[in-house]
Write a protein that binds this ligand. Structure first.
Ligand SMILES: Cc1cc2nc3c(=O)[nH]c(=O)nc-3n(C[C@H](O)[C@H](O)[C@H](O)COP(=O)(O)OP(=O)(O)OC[C@H]3O[C@@H](n4cnc5c(N)ncnc54)[C@H](O)[C@@H]3O)c2cc1C
Length: 366
């Protein structure tokens, strides 16, 4: 539970809270690129930047990452992602040559990576054929976040005779075509790519041939818990905003929260926020003990992202029309959180997987 943290994690939480208040909130409203650059610099100085990078000791536990993300989000600061350095993701355990050519530069901020998993409907899966020391790749990826500015894509490719494998594809080589750059409601940008006989060295396969799916799903699983942590943080922010709103008087002079129906909505959100945080902390602790948390991670992500969606939506209803004015923080948050019920796994599909986990594989706790 959030109440039973070690002294180190309590200190980390305080550090994150101070960082959000002192270094991030004053930048709200400034140009996004400038804000990101200032936050990155400040976060390096505060020792938060490297939390997501390897070799930083005990503070990189899942619980620590969840505490950090949740606490930062609870202040609803601008450009939250800029606090953390690029994490290794699927490149985590690569040897040479990828360690020097891609992992090192990624962690140092010299190269940008992206993740190519999703494909457009009604196309053949992205496929690779081995020719000598090379892989010849054909296919499409449809929703590569940050892909238009990325130096490489870690892409899932079905390799003939071997099966799905993760492959590092540089974006500047012949045959890699940026079809489209587009933005989504939450403010992030993405790219659609086409591969036409793109030739990649076989040494760009991450890990064993045919072992790409567990690697890709492993990365997605880690990110899901962090999505849940972030969603919990924003729920805390919404609860705080509502508390002060409901304690203020309305036109009649009585506190807004005196009305039963308003109180009912507010209590309902608090129950969900409490449950979401309890799930998150339990699951992060299980992960740190080396337990399999695939099902619990999905459950946390579904519950927390749906919970924050409902919290923001209900808060707008209770605050009224003022909350829908363009620069109101609830209006911003409304756009931001909607994407999380699709990104890293649609809620509907995760529910099906949780059902399958227990009914067909005997996996999953309650
Ligand atoms: C902000 C954002 C960032 C993203 N970043 C990336 C990225 O970096 N890399 C990447 O590869 N992808 C990325 N995605 C894509 C994301 O992973 C997909 O949008 C998501 O997995 C859903 O897939 P889809 O869009 O193809 O929709 P579909 O798979 O078509 O699903 C749409 C809906 O159809 C229904 N449905 C689909 N399949 C089933 C089924 N088997 N049974 C029952 N119902 C079903 C569900 O209701 C589901 O919600 C991102 C998406 C967003 C919104």
């Amino acid at each position: 539970m959030p109440e039973q943290l070690s002294p180190e994690l309590v200190a980390l939480r305080q550090r994150c809270q101070d960082f959000a208040q002192q270094q991030m909130l004053p930048l709200a409203g400034l140009d996004s690129a400038e804000t990101r650059s200032q936050i990155r610099q400040a976060s390096k100085a505060a020792g938060l930047f490297e939390l997501t990078q390897p070799g930083t000791g005990s503070t990189t536990s899942q619980l620590a990452l969840c505490v950090a993300r949740e606490t930062l989000a609870a202040s609803n600061p601008p450009e939250l992602d800029a606090v953390f350095g690029p994490s290794p993701g699927v490149l985590g355990s690569v040897g040479e040559p990828l360690a020097s050519s891609h992992l090192g530069p990624l962690l140092a901020g010299e190269k940008r990576g992206s993740f190519g998993f999703t494909e457009p409907d009604n196309v053949q899966p992205t496929a690779g054929v081995i020719q000598g020391d090379n892989l010849v790749i054909t296919g499409q990826k449809s929703y590569v976040t940050g892909g238009a500015d990325a130096d490489f894509i870690n892409a899932l490719v079905r390799i003939e005779d071997h099966g799905p494998s993760m492959v590092v594809i540089d974006t500047n080589i012949d045959g890699v075509i940026l079809d489209k750059r587009f933005n989504s409601l939450d403010g992030s940008h993405h790219a659609a790519f086409r591969f036409e006989q793109a030739v990649v060295p076989l040494s760009h396969v991450i890990g064993e041939l045919g072992q790409g799916l567990p690697k890709a799903l492993g990365q997605i699983g880690d990110v899901r818990l962090l999505f849940a942590a972030q969603a919990c943080g924003y729920m805390i922010w919404v609860m705080d905003l509502l508390q002060s709103h409901l304690q203020r008087p309305d036109k009649s002079g009585a506190p807004r929260g005196d009305k039963d129906v308003v109180r009912w909505h507010y209590a309902n959100l608090r129950i969900k926020a409490f449950a979401a945080r309890s799930m998150l902390y339990r699951t992060a602790r299980l992960a740190d003990q080396g337990e399999n948390i695939v099902n619990e991670g999905m459950a946390c992500k579904v519950f927390a992202t749906e919970g924050v969606g409902e919290a923001v939506d209900t808060a707008i209803q209770l605050v009224g029309g003022e909350a829908l004015i363009d620069d109101h923080p609830l209006a911003h948050l409304y756009k931001k959180v909607r994407a999380w019920r699709l990104a890293e796994g649609a809620s509907d599909l995760l529910r099906l997987n949780i059902g399958r986990g227990i009914l067909e594989l005997g996996k999953g706790r309650i």
